[in-house]
Design a protein around this ligand. Structure first.
Ligand code: DGL
Length: 273
C-alpha cells in the first residue's frame, strides 16, 4: 500500500486542509470548517465510487483511507480531516501510526454531549453498520453512565439515497420513519447523527421526531478541534489571500454541485482516484 509515497517535509500555513469522505456527506463538515476558518484553502475528496464505506470490512476501509490520504498528501495538504465517522472509527488509529508527521482530525458520533444533555436517559443513535460495530465506538459506549440507554439504529440505505440525490424524496422519508419511530417509543430526547451524510436529512428528521428531540451532530466540534490542531502545529493561516476550495469526486459530480455551489474560488471536478 501507498504509505511510502510522497509526504511533504515542510508545511506552510497557506497549504490546504485535506478532507475525505466516502462521498458527499463530508461536505456538511466542510461547511462548518469553511465558516470557522475562512482563511483556509481546502481539497475535498468524495470517494463516491466506493460508497457506502459502512458496509465494508475494516481492512477495506483502511485501504481506501490510505488511498485518499496519499492523494491529499501528494497535493500538499498540511492536515487531513476524515470527514466520515465510518473511516474515523475504523482507520484513524492506523493512519496516525503510519503517517507520524501528519496531523489527522476525525469525527465520531457525539454520544458524550448527548449523555450530558439527556433528561429521559434514553439516547438514539443513527449511524452506519461500520461505525456501530467498530471498536472505537464500543469504547466510547463503555465510558457512558450505565443509567443511560443507547438505542442504536443502523441507517442502512440512507447513504445510497443521499448519494443518488434523493435527499428530499418519499423513499428517504419512509426509510427514516421506519428507523426513527421505534426510537421515539423508547422515549429518546436526544438523537445523535452518527454519519456525516445525515445532516442533509435534518428537515425530514425534524418532521418525524418533533421538537422534543434534540438532534446532535459533531460538525462544529470537528471544526473547533481542527482549529486547535492548526494552532498547536503553528499551521493556521492568518491571511485571507488566494483562498481556494477544490472538490474532486470519482463518480457523478451533479449532486456535489447541488450541495456545494461552484464559484470562482470553489472548483468541482471529476477525478478518477
Ligand atoms: N459519511 C460517512 C460517515 O460519516 C458515510 C459512510 C458510508 O459511506 O457508509 O459514516
Amino acid at each position: 500500500m501507498g504509505f511510502f509515497t510522497f509526504v511533504p517535509l515542510a508545511m506552510k500555513h497557506s497549504n490546504p486542509i485535506g478532507l475525505f469522505d466516502s462521498g458527499i456527506g463530508g461536505t456538511s463538515i466542510w461547511k462548518e470548517i469553511n465558516m470557522l476558518l475562512p482563511n483556509e484553502s481546502t481539497i475535498y475528496l468524495a470517494d463516491s465510487k466506493n460508497a457506502p464505506y459502512g458496509k465494508r470490512s475494516k481492512q477495506d476501509i483502511i485501504n481506501l483511507s490510505i488511498k485518499n490520504t496519499d492523494l491529499l498528501l501528494s497535493k500538499g495538504c498540511k492536515v487531513i480531516v476524515l470527514a466520515c465517522n465510518t473511516a474515523t472509527t475504523n482507520a484513524i488509529s492506523y493512519l496516525r501510526k503510519t503517517y507520524k508527521d501528519i496531523p489527522f482530525i476525525g469525527i465520531e458520533p457525539a454520544i458524550k454531549p448527548a449523555a450530558l444533555k439527556t433528561i429521559t436517559q434514553n439516547i438514539g443513535i443513527l449511524a452506519t453498520q461500520g461505525t456501530l460495530s467498530s471498536e472505537l465506538f464500543y469504547k466510547t459506549l463503555e465510558n457512558i453512565s450505565k443509567d443511560i440507554t443507547i438505542h442504536e439504529q443502523n441507517g442502512d440505505g440512507l447513504v445510497e439515497l443521499i448519494e443518488s440525490g434523493l435527499i428530499d424524496s418519499k423513499e428517504t422519508f419512509a426509510l427514516l420513519s421506519k428507523y426513527l419511530k421505534p426510537m421515539l417509543k423508547k422515549n429518546i430526547d436526544c438523537l445523535v447523527l452518527g454519519c456525516t451524510h445525515y445532516p442533509y436529512l435534518i428537515p425530514q428528521i425534524k418532521t418525524i421526531v418533533g421538537d422534543d428531540v434534540t438532534l446532535i451532530d459533531s460538525g462544529l466540534a470537528v471544526a473547533k478541534q481542527l482549529e486547535r490542531v492548526l494552532i498547536t502545529h503553528n499551521l493556521k493561516n492568518q491571511h485571507n489571500i488566494n483562498v481556494q476550495h477544490q472538490f474532486y469526486c470519482n463518480s457523478d459530480i451533479a449532486v456535489l454541485k447541488r450541495l456545494v455551489n461552484p464559484q470562482s474560488h470553489i472548483q468541482i471536478d471529476a477525478l478518477d482516484f
